[in-house]
Design a protein around this ligand. Structure first.
Ligand SMILES: [Fe+2]
Length: 148
């Protein structure tokens, strides 16, 4: 089965620099670039069927995502961002999903599951979230002048 998987695997769509939106807060852009690099690194490990590396990168992604969302939520609180609960709900939903994917991988050790996660939602959702909710937050914070 693993041999068949290696033969048919063509790699998920990598996130390119041009796809990452440029927002009004530079630290948010840095974080989104780091996140995209981790996702692309995960994709490479999946394509090489490197189980231990996939596991390590999944935990790196989880730690980075926790840090990323905590920083955004702090910005929302400090600026009294009106869409705080709506935005935080999306962060919480995504974190639950990521943790359940990691849990599934730890039990089943199937790189295909991670491929399906990257291709089936992670990359597209990450870019969409940055381009919509994060863009709105960055503009609000910039205009409210709470982050220098
Ligand atoms: Fe966000």
């Amino acid at each position: 089965m693993a041999f068949l998987f290696i033969c048919i695997y063509t790699g998920a769509q990598m996130i390119t620099l041009e796809q990452i939106p440029i927002l009004a807060i530079p630290s948010m852009n840095d974080t989104h670039l780091e996140e995209s690099l981790i996702i692309n690194k995960l994709d490479v490990a999946v394509s090489n069927n490197e189980l231990e590396t996939i596991h390590e990168i999944l935990h790196e992604l989880l730690a980075h995502t926790n840090m990323h969302y905590a920083a955004e939520e702090k910005m929302m609180e400090e600026s009294n961002f009106p869409e705080y609960y709506k935005h935080k709900k999306e962060h919480d939903r995504h974190l639950v999903e990521l943790k359940s994917v990691i849990n599934y991988f730890e039990i089943n050790k199937e790189p295909r599951a991670i491929y399906a996660y990257i291709e089936g939602g992670l990359s597209a959702w990450t870019l969409h979230h940055a381009n919509t909710m994060d863009r709105e937050l960055a503009l609000f914070v910039k205009e409210s002048d709470t982050i220098k």
